[in-house]
Design a protein around this ligand. Sequence first.
Ligand code: H2U
Ligand code: ZN
Length: 351
Amino acid sequence: MSHLNLFSSPHRRLNPLTGEWVLVSPHRTQRPWLGQVETLPPAELPAYDPACYLCPGNTRANGVQNPVYTETFVFENDFAALLPDTPSERVSIRALTGVDGATGPTLLHAETERGLCRVVCFSPRHDLTLAQMTQAEVRRVVEVWVEQYQELGAIDWVQSVLIFENRGAMMGASNPHPHGQIWANEQLPNEMRKELSTQTDYWREHNRCLLCDYLALELVEGERIVAANETWVALVPFWAVWPFETLVLPRAHAGAMSDLTDAGRDGLAAILRELTARYDRLFNVVFPYSMGFHQRPTDGLPHDGWHLHAHFYPPLLRSATVRKFMVGYEMLGQPQRDLTPEQAAARLRAV
Ligand code: H2U
Ligand code: ZN
């Protein structure tokens, strides 16, 4: 490739979805690694755990009993971070500019935020993961996500429906039972806001979709692709921050899961199973991650330039226990990585 020289020297890459840069230091991966490469014994989980809050028929932390569900099951989060009936209020506080108590520009701002939080149990089985569930079972999860996006998005004040999964204790998941969350809220969260602005600008300037153009380029270059099927592609994005971060996107333009055809929904289930299975094989561990879908805002506007996608942000770097920390320079400056996105993709393709 023509950019090989650039990519063997320290360089920075732009994330066109957020407008933010990531530093890449490929020369550092030549450092000898003398640390341990640990493996973890596989967790032996029962198919049903009487102490699990999410298993069918069990009583949750607030005393509500789960039905004896046999497929994907959704309930209102008992400890929801957002509430739908919060009365609307805002506070603006001005700077103090003079000894006489004169006020200046508005400096502090707060406003109430309405929302709904739900929990999605992917399977009644306590011991499964998306990678271990059948195609039909994951396809059912996709269908439930579509229904939830449509139902919550139809609420007049809901602008964003964020569907996500925290997997593994390392990512703060409270329970190994396969589950995800949905937060629907009144205002676009930061990440959605950044992506809306970049995708809208690209659409207006070029009359084209940013992610359709990006995917076409990746399919030609090939070196960052991890998995692909007829309707979906998973790749390590050019601008990846986490060592094995991936971006998962439909080949055909779609703004939300509800726009997908049956084949597109099948393809989504298939690529999720393949990608998570590859992750699990990388370090022989149930790979921890936070993943989630960025779907078209539900504010009623067309947002033609918005392309549905999922981000997977896994923290592991070198083994089942050695993680990447976002500290120091990353917290105070910008993200940095040693392993190149191209090397990460090659490793995920090889397992
Ligand atoms: P996490 O594992 O990603 O934290 O998601 C679990 C969610 O489930 C969490 O938000 C909720 C927690 O509030 N929960 C209930 O609603 N009821 C329970 O009995 C346990 C956990
Ligand atoms: Zn369980």
